[in-house]
Design a protein around this ligand. Structure first.
Ligand SMILES: [Zn+2]
Length: 215
């Protein structure tokens, strides 16, 4: 029964959850190279949208619960505030944990309060940095955006390739970043703070991991 075997194989897999921001300020204002060997530096944590770090952590915790219940192993880059690394350290943590997938959880912000919707960011292809993870990351991003839109009915802003994200460029495991909505949009901010909506997002993330692992 190949289906059962595939599920057993997937059940041993580890998912690395990375709730964005929540970095200790004295660490977050420091800089780090955006990729291995790069002279281009970027701030470790510019701070997210208002309320983003708490929403990201709440969704990560709910996702962890769902994944553990399905027999997956889970590692989390942070489980509170005062994280003492940058995005390079977050990627290295997920690399070292031997993750099958790194899911970075964020919410968006805009100066225009009417802007709303969900998007999924994936690493752009760059030789030596992301060529080893580009294909599977992109595949996980397609699954994630599909699951998230289906679960929330949010407006889809699509999948966006990014070459400038430190947490992608240092990743050696497939990585994806979900923008779960806009904290600057009153309706989405209210939803993102609610347990019901967080459960929908967490369900979408858990199903993404499951579909990614069980081909
Ligand atoms: Zn963010």
């Amino acid at each position: 029964m190949p289906g059962v075997l595939a599920e057993l194989a997937a059940a041993a897999a580890l998912i690395c959850l990375d709730p964005g921001h929540g970095t200790a300020p004295e660490i977050g204002r420091g800089q780090e190279p955006i990729g291995p060997g790069s002279k281009q530096l970027k701030v470790k944590d510019p701070g997210g949208a208002a309320g983003e770090e708490a929403v990201a952590l709440a969704i990560a915790r709910r996702t962890r619960g769902l994944l553990l219940a399905r027999g997956y192993r889970v590692a989390m880059t942070r489980n509170g505030t005062g994280y003492r690394g940058g995005n390079r350290e977050r990627a290295r943590f997920c690399n070292a944990s031997g993750a099958a997938l790194m899911i970075r959880i964020h919410a968006d912000g805009s100066g225009d309060a009417s802007v709303h919707g969900v998007s999924t960011l994936v690493p752009a292809l760059r030789r030596g940095w992301t060529d080893d993870i580009y294909g599977p990351s992109r595949r996980s991003g397609q699954l994630l955006q599909q699951e998230l839109v289906a679960a929330t009915d949010a407006r889809s802003l699509g999948i966006v390739e990014r070459s400038d994200l430190t947490g992608f460029n240092w990743a050696d495991v497939p990585a994806v970043l979900v923008e779960t909505g806009f904290m600057s949009n009153p309706r989405e901010a209210r939803l993102l703070r609610s347990a019901g909506y967080q459960r929908k997002v967490a369900g979408a993330l858990a199903r993404t991991a499951q579909r990614f692992l069980i081909r």
